[in-house]
Ligand binder design. Sequence first.
Ligand SMILES: NC(=O)c1ccc[n+]([C@@H]2O[C@H](COP(=O)([O-])OP(=O)(O)OC[C@H]3O[C@@H](n4cnc5c(N)ncnc54)[C@H](O)[C@@H]3O)[C@@H](O)[C@H]2O)c1
Length: 383
Amino acid sequence: MAQTEKVKVGIIGSQFEADIHACAFKIAPQEAEVVAVASPTPGNAAALARKYGIPRIFTDYCAMLHERDIEMVTIAAPNYLHAQMAIDCARAGKHIVCEKPLAMTIPEGEQMLNAAQQHGVLLMYAEELFFTPKYLKAKEMADAGAFGKVHLVKQSEKHFGPHSSWFWNADLSGGGAFMDLGCHGIAFCYWFLGRPAITSVYCQMGTFVHSDKTQAEDESLCILNFANGAIGLVENSWARRGGMDDRIEVFGDAGVTYANLHMGNALPTYSENGYGYAVEKAPTTKGWSYPVFDELWNYGLPQEMTHFARCVRGKEQPQATGKDGLVVLEALYAGYASAGHGRKVELPFDPGSAKRPIDLWFNSKTQAPGIQDHPGIAARPKT
Ligand SMILES: NC(=O)c1ccc[n+]([C@@H]2O[C@H](COP(=O)([O-])OP(=O)(O)OC[C@H]3O[C@@H](n4cnc5c(N)ncnc54)[C@H](O)[C@@H]3O)[C@@H](O)[C@H]2O)c1
């Protein structure tokens, strides 16, 4: 393929994240073009295709994988489907961009890596926080020594819960707020610190607000210890009113920086009447609100997709790979086990035969029902 030719992309999925992928390629069309979309619900692929001018539509993603000119496929489908989809893409010789979290289980994640290696394709992990301009700036400053030796990195992502029903069903998602949003924070701290090994994880979680619709946690607090001595603190919530909140803090012996992804790039606004759209998952625009502009660019999504397309052309080396996704998955499992047992869990961590990360929290709760304060709060350590 000529170096100058755009990478032809197929998207699996047609809803929230698939729309973001399509939009990201539209915002940054220099390196890639979306030529196909596959989604099983009749009419949905066609609707996304109409919105972004995508020429080919499929209800079966496997049929899309037969299209010879497609070189890269982005997976924007529910978590439990990632592994099979990625393996099918690899077998079809397509480079893969997989949404977070990488997979439901560690063996699934390993199979994805093996399939990509065996078939000579790239498995790229769609962790956009590696491309978020504000967070990249913080990392550039840290790497240049601005904060001295960094000993604490915090990342938090919070909103009032996901838009689609499958997220709330742990059989399809693998877990709650920690699985859904904690994967970003774990990846962020790991990447920010230069990928030192995660040596231990301590986590607490509970279901405080949404126990009517999910057994999964809607609040989680996670402390990561890294081999270089630094600590990561990852806070997540599906129980935070007011729309998306995403922020970091970095502390070193010579400095500190704070970044709030949305607020600094928003227009503090008051409106009696309301208006169209403020920010992801904000339920209203009446009263005070903080409308963002260039939302996808501020997240780094067009930059991320451009980078992945350039990797397919061999112009850049992947900055976010399946290996990163696997590191995150192991920490997620360790986090659920920690919350279940009420103690720090050392890595490497073998989750045994757990089919979903959240099982390690659930199982501990069912084994020790007498020591719970609240149906949704993890058991205290056994004495
Ligand atoms: N990077 C981020 O910040 C971010 C944000 C949101 C979602 N995500 C991730 O993106 C993925 C999708 O989430 P979403 O919010 O778009 O969910 P969604 O419910 O909005 O959309 C899911 C899509 O998957 C499609 N799908 C389901 N089964 C399929 C199948 N067998 N073949 C093809 N398509 C199928 C559905 O039809 C739908 O179009 C999840 O893994 C989620 O964690 C990432």
